[in-house]
Design a protein around this ligand. Structure first.
Ligand code: URA
Length: 187
């Protein structure tokens, strides 16, 4: 994985100089790889995926599955923080990744998954679902909580925990999906 990340770092230094890359981390022979969307401000600051607010969501995820952070591998589709600047205040905030960012980073995600060769890949939200399933028409509302066989692993899509903030009704759906995943992982 080091070689892959060094290659990516070199390319990003050329193309996006001065931006901090947030690569994946965790168990190198994982049963489960968790794929998020992109790093936010705290992730960029610390150079690690799913820390800060997103780390709280991750704790709940791991608790329900009975796993520790070090048992799994955690990465994102896009490995630079997508941000926007408010022209009035100059304030920097997160934004969803754009098509170019997703297209640029997706081949690296595929290589990460090839190297890690997990039994399950759990995607969070639509961006990760589309990138991992290679199906641009896939929508999380239709396939969350189901097993989608891929050639080298089983894909298990979940809603992005951030979407629960906007739609609290999804909370119980998300928890039920996670319990289903737990049963699958231990069977
Ligand atoms: N932090 C990440 O690293 N990924 C997400 O998808 C959200 C927050």
């Amino acid at each position: 994985m080091k070689n892959l990340y060094n290659e990516l770092k070199a390319i990003c230094e050329e193309q996006f100089s001065g931006r901090k890359l947030v690569v994946g981390e965790g168990c190198t022979e994982p049963n489960l790889v968790l794929v998020g969307e992109a790093p936010g401000g705290e992730e960029e600051k610390q150079g690690r995926p799913f820390v800060g607010k997103a780390g709280k969501n991750l704790e709940e995820f791991l608790d329900i599955l009975g796993l520790k952070r070090s048992d799994i591998y955690i990465t994102n589709v896009v490995k630079l923080r997508p941000f926007k600047i408010n022209p009035r205040t100059g304030r920097i905030s997160n934004r969803p990744p754009n098509r170019q960012e997703v297209d640029f980073f997706t081949p690296y995600l595929k290589k990460e998954l090839d190297i890690l060769s997990p039994r399950y890949v759990v995607t969070l939200g639509n961006f990760a679902l589309k990138a991992v399933s290679e199906d641009k028409n896939a929508v999380i509302g239709s396939v969350h909580g189901s097993e989608i066989p891929m050639p080298h692993f089983m894909l298990f899509p979940l809603y992005h925990p951030a979407s629960i903030i906007y739609n609290p009704a999804l909370k119980s759906v998300y928890t039920e999906d996670l319990k289903k995943l737990r049963t699958l992982l231990y069977s």
